[in-house]
Design a binder for this molecule. Structure first.
Ligand SMILES: [Zn+2]
Length: 446
C-alpha cells in the first residue's frame, strides 16, 4: 500500500468514525436536555463534555481502524453505526406499552444482543452505495427524533394556572410540596403544627404518578404522563403528550412566588418571583460518561452515584433558607415551595435509609412548623398553609443509592402506598376544598 492509499483509507475511516460519534451524541440528547431542564449542568459544561466525547469517540475508532484488518474495520464501524442509531430511539422503544417500565439486567442484555444481531445482519447485507444511503437515513432519523419535541413544544397551548380553591385576593397562602413525603407522616407533621399553635385538617389524597417528573406537570394542569421524560430544555413528553413549563401562565394578580428544584419552574410567565436550585452533581464529563452507566447502577462506591450526601446537605438548607426569606413574606399572595425534605439521602453518619428518612421527616416537620409560625405572625388570620407531596418515598430507587448499599435499606411497606398527605392549616375552612388527587392541585378542577 502506498502512502496516498493509506491516507485515503484513513480519511474514509475518519468519516465513518465521525458518523458514529455524531450518533453517540444524539443518543445523549436526554443527558443534554436533562442538564438544561434541571439546571444541574451549565451550558458551557454541556458543550465541553459533548466536544470531548465527540473527539474521543472519533479518535478511538480511527486508531482501532488503523490497528484492525480492513474487512474487520468495515464490519465493526457498520455494526456500531446501526447499534448506536437504534440506541437513539431507546426512549421511544421503552415508552411502548408492551415494554415493562423497569427492565431487569437480563432483559437489558437480551435487548443489547438483539440490537447487535440486527446491526450485524444489516451491515453484512448492504452494498457500498446502499450503506451510504443507510448512514444518511440513520443520521436524518436521529436528528428528527431528537429535535421534533423541541420544535413541537412551540405549538403547544398555554395553560392558565389556578390557585388552590380558597385563595383570597388579600390573603396569603403557602403550598409546601415536600418531596417523597409518605401519607403516614401526616401525624408527625400535624403534631408539630399543633405545637406551633395551628389547627391542621389532615387528609390523604392519591398520587397520580411514581416520580416527580410525571406528577408535577399534571399538578400544574398538564396531561397524565406516567412515562414522562425530559424532551426539551423546558418540557417533558411521553409518546402522546407534551408539557412545557414555559407555557404556564400565572395571573400576576395572584402574586405567585416559587422556590423550586428539578423542574424549570422559572420559565413560567406571570410569576412575582422565582428561585431555582440545583442539587450537587458530578462535573460535566463524568456526568456524561455516567449517563452510559445504566447497566451498572447499583455498584458500591460508584463514581456515578447520584446526590452525594455532603453537597446534598448544603443544597437543601439553602432551599429552606430561601423559602423563609422569599419576597412572598413582604407581598403576600401565594408561595409554592418544592422542597427536598424528607427526600433522601440523609445526613446521619452510617445510617440506613429508614433512619435517614425518619431524621429527614423530623427536619421536614420542623420546617412546616416554622413556616406556620412565620405566616401566622406576618399575616394573621388570613394566612393559610397547605402541605402535600408529589409521591411517597421510593425505596426501590433509594435502596440502590451508594450510601444505602453500604448501610442497608430496611424500609417496610407503610400500607398507604400511592397516597400522600394533604394538610390544610388556617384560612377559611368553608371555602377550602380538598382535591381527590395531587394532579389537580393547581387546575381548579376538583
Ligand atoms: Zn419527587
Amino acid at each position: 500500500m502506498n502512502s496516498s492509499t493509506v491516507l485515503c483509507s484513513i480519511k474514509h475511516w475518519c468519516f465513518q468514525a465521525m458518523v458514529v460519534a455524531v450518533l453517540v451524541l444524539l443518543s445523549r440528547s436526554e443527558w443534554v436536555l436533562g442538564g438544561l431542564y434541571t439546571g444541574e449542568q451549565s451550558l458551557g459544561g454541556i458543550c465541553l463534555a459533548v466536544i470531548v466525547l465527540f473527539f474521543a469517540v472519533t479518535f478511538g475508532l480511527v486508531l482501532l481502524a488503523i490497528a484492525l484488518p480492513p474487512r474487520l474495520t468495515k464490519a465493526m464501524l457498520r455494526v456500531l453505526t446501526i447499534s448506536v442509531a437504534i440506541y437513539i430511539f431507546e426512549p421511544a422503544i421503552r415508552a411502548l406499552f408492551f415494554v415493562p417500565a423497569k427492565l431487569e439486567t437480563f432483559q437489558k442484555i437480551i435487548l443489547i444482543a438483539c440490537t447487535l444481531m440486527l446491526a450485524w445482519m444489516g451491515s453484512t447485507l448492504l452494498s457500498s452505495s446502499q450503506w451510504k444511503r443507510m448512514q444518511a437515513a440513520l443520521l436524518f432519523g436521529g436528528f428528527v427524533f431528537v429535535s421534533f419535541p423541541i420544535l413541537a413544544v412551540r405549538a403547544t397551548d398555554s395553560i392558565q394556572v389556578r390557585m388552590p380553591a380558597g385563595a383570597q385576593a388579600q390573603g396569603a397562602t403557602v403550598v409546601l410540596l415536600l418531596d417523597e413525603l409518605n401519607a403516614n407522616a401526616s401525624e408527625q407533621i400535624a403534631a408539630d403544627i399543633k405545637q406551633a399553635g395551628g389547627v391542621p385538617r389532615v387528609h390523604r389524597i392519591k398520587t397520580v404518578g411514581t416520580a416527580t417528573i410525571s406528577v408535577i406537570p399534571e399538578m400544574f394542569g398538564g396531561p397524565h404522563m406516567p412515562r414522562a421524560r425530559v424532551c426539551a430544555p423546558t418540557a417533558v413528553c411521553d409518546l402522546s403528550a407534551i408539557f412545557d413549563f414555559s407555557r404556564l401562565r400565572f395571573a400576576p394578580l395572584d402574586r405567585v412566588h416559587i422556590i423550586g428544584f428539578h423542574h424549570p419552574y422559572c420559565a413560567a410567565q406571570g410569576l412575582a418571583s422565582c428561585a431555582m436550585f440545583a442539587p450537587p452533581n458530578p462535573p460535566p464529563i463524568t456526568s456524561l460518561l455516567c449517563s452510559f452507566d445504566r447497566l451498572r447502577v447499583g455498584r458500591r462506591g460508584s463514581q456515578c452515584d447520584w446526590l452525594p450526601p455532603e453537597g446534598w446537605d448544603v443544597f437543601r438548607w439553602r432551599m429552606r433558607d430561601a423559602t423563609l426569606q422569599s419576597p412572598f413574606w413582604k407581598s403576600g399572595g401565594t408561595l409554592y415551595a418544592h422542597l427536598p425534605f424528607p427526600h433522601p439521602p440523609g445526613n446521619l453518619p452510617r445510617a440506613d435509609l429508614t433512619a435517614d428518612y425518619a431524621d429527614n421527616l423530623r427536619l421536614a416537620s420542623e420546617i412546616v412548623a416554622q413556616v406556620w409560625r412565620q405566616g401566622n405572625e406576618r399575616f394573621g388570620a388570613s394566612f393559610r398553609l397547605i402541605v402535600t407531596s408529589d409521591h411517597p418515598l421510593r425505596p426501590e430507587l433509594w435502596c440502590r443509592h451508594g450510601k444505602y448499599l453500604e448501610t442497608g435499606c430496611g424500609v417496610k411497606p407503610t400500607g398507604s402506598e400511592g397516597l400522600v398527605p394533604y394538610i390544610l392549616v388556617g384560612g377559611n375552612e368553608a371555602a377550602d376544598s380538598v382535591p381527590t388527587d395531587n394532579g389537580k392541585i393547581f387546575t381548579g378542577k376538583l
